[in-house]
Design a protein around this ligand. Structure first.
Ligand code: NAP
Ligand code: MG
Length: 404
């Protein structure tokens, strides 16, 4: 069989530990035998980030901007323990945070659904994607532990030094706590654009939730800016695609989502997204089945798995043991990137290959061949537990049959 051509490369961001091992297996076993894989390779492993003073991460982000599509392996975000383990010059920032900032992007997390693993919420038939606004609010708040009686005020002074607003937050009679948080219009506007662009890409409705009845300026700003972006930039395209945008209160959406059949993108403020993404992903099954896409407001895409580098399995691997690490989310990161490359460059064979890879992977699971993390969740079949190699081999057989 002639290999599928790919004239324009994608940015390939390799990473750390067990996911790096899976990365190589996926490329060698599932992609390179079928595709003339064309990538710009960036080694984001922690030792190389340290060696290059993290320049490699910035270069990789630039490559995604230039090539419009990237695929990323999980990477270690160093803490003090990792600094010691790897002898690092400093605690480098999370590559995901660096890339997200460079692309001004939003992260969309969507589960991979299989018929053998039923969501805890039985009415969920389609994916629920959480879009989390990853800027500001409580994550960039200023806080103060109030020691005793006194007055707390919220003051805004403009760039020329004029005081435009002074409000009493609270007159304290005793000890308490204080917090001030912020957000920026430009960040909210980008978030809204990312959500609508992604919705058009995957053809799903967008629900945005906040608490504007209580937060009459803060959350109200989010609500109004979302509506403005929708009306001015996306309404026509949504109508043409038969898609809908709706705003509702966060508690209302939380209740409706539980009763829905899924198939929506739920856009959340930063904290809501933090909480809801963990809840939704757990209710769908396993972290190992969660994909993640970073989308920029001008339509650049970076695909990855939502999970980390699976350190515990890596230490077993280093001792020579076989591990049963689930490669699904990393495989889908690759298939997502290849399909997007194919879509952008009008390469129907590449799109078809990405689909075939996904189908072969799903078929393997539905046949009951599973990594250990899924065996306990499977229903209606007695699963056969395999190690990562065995699992990838089973996918390869099905993929070959599909492409033959
Ligand atoms: P993790 O790598 O997601 O793994 C946590 C646990 O979840 C694993 O020990 C394993 O449970 C299970 N798990 C996750 N993915 C799995 C898979 N594909 N197959 C089977 N089981 C899977 O999280 P972590 O151990 O907290 O973090 C490890 C490193 O990853 C850290 O250095 C962190 O900085 C980094 N991280 C990176 C990203 C990213 O690059 N996007 C995201 C999160 C974390 P069992 O041990 O019970 O089998
Ligand atoms: Mg969380």
């Amino acid at each position: 069989m002639e290999k599928i051509k790919m004239p324009v490369p994608i940015a390939e961001l390799d990473g750390d530990e067990m996911t790096h091992i899976l990365w190589g297996m996926i490329k060698d076993q599932l992609i390179k035998p079928f595709v003339e894989l064309n990538t710009e390779y960036y080694d984001l492993s922690l030792p190389n980030r340290d060696r290059t003073e993290d320049a490699v991460t910035r270069q990789a982000a630039e490559a995604i901007k230039r090539l419009h599509v990237g695929v990323k392996c999980a990477t270690i975000t160093p803490n003090y323990q990792r600094q010691e383990e790897y002898g690092l010059k400093q605690l480098w920032k999370s590559p995901n945070a660096t890339i997200r900032a460079a692309l001004d992007g939003t992260v969309f997390r969507a589960p991979i659904l299989i018929s053998r693993v039923k969501p805890v919420v039985t009415c969920w038939k389609k994916t629920i994607t959480i879009a989390r606004h990853a800027y500001g609010d409580v994550y960039k708040a200023v806080e103060y532990r109030v020691p005793g009686p006194g007055k707390a005020e919220l003051v805004f002074t403009d760039e020329h030094g004029a005081e435009l607003s002074r409000q009493t937050v609270y007159d304290f009679n005793g000890p308490g706590v204080l917090q001030a948080m912020h957000n920026r219009d430009d960040s909210i506007l980008s978030f809204a654009r990312c959500c609508f662009a992604y919705a058009l890409d995957v053809k799903q409705d967008v629900w945005f939730s906040s608490k504007d009845t209580i937060s009459k300026d803060y959350d109200q700003t989010f609500k109004l800016l979302f509506q403005k972006v929708f009306d001015e930039e996306y309404r026509a395209a949504f109508e043409q695609a038969g898609l809908h945008y709706r705003y509702a209160l966060i508690d209302d959406v939380a209740a409706k989502v539980i009763r829905s059949s899924g198939g929506i993108i739920w856009a959340c403020k930063n904290y809501d997204g933090d909480v809801m993404s963990d809840m939704v992903s757990t209710a769908f099954g396993s972290l190992a089945m969660m994909t993640s896409v970073l989308v920029s407001p001008d339509g650049k895409y970076e695909y990855e798995a939502a999970h980390g580098t699976v350190t515990r399995h890596y230490y077993k691997y280093l001792k020579g043991e076989k591990t049963s690490t689930n490669p699904m989310a990393t495989i889908f990161a690759w298939s997502g990137a290849l399909k997007k490359r194919g879509e952008l460059d009008d390469l129907s064979e590449l799109v078809h290959f990405g689909q075939a890879l996904e189908e072969a992977s799903l078929q393997t699971l539905n046949d009951g061949i599973m990594t250990k993390d899924l065996c306990g969740l499977a229903e209606g079949i007695t699963p056969t537990a395999v190690d990562s190699e065995g699992f990838i081999k089973a996918i390869r057989e099905r993929l070959e049959a599909k492409l033959a």
